[in-house]
Design a protein around this ligand. Structure first.
Ligand SMILES: [Zn+2]
Length: 89
């Protein structure tokens, strides 16, 4: 990844945007699948695909959130981090 600003918050936001795309694709697939009518394999329909998609999306968000949190706590406790470049503004 190309990082020129040395800014943790921009990195966190960029990570969030990237995983948002992945989560949105998971939600789109889940919504598409949940529209399918009931068939032999799934006599009650496919609505649970939406629940699976929301579980996947929330899990992605949770993992990224924890990763950013742990990274920030690590940086604070270790110290030695330089101020972000003015270009990050
Ligand atoms: Zn089916």
């Amino acid at each position: 990844m190309f990082i020129c600003s040395n800014s943790e918050v921009l990195k966190a936001d960029g990570l969030n945007n990237t995983t948002d795309i992945i989560a949105s694709i998971a939600v789109l697939i889940g919504l598409k699948l949940s529209q399918k009518p009931a068939d032999e394999d799934h006599p009650f329909g496919h609505w649970k695909a939406e629940m699976v998609a929301s579980t996947v999306a929330s899990f992605i968000m949770m993992v990224v959130g924890i990763q950013v949190l742990v990274g920030a706590i690590t940086l604070i406790s270790l110290g030695g981090h330089e101020s972000p470049d003015i270009i990050s503004a």
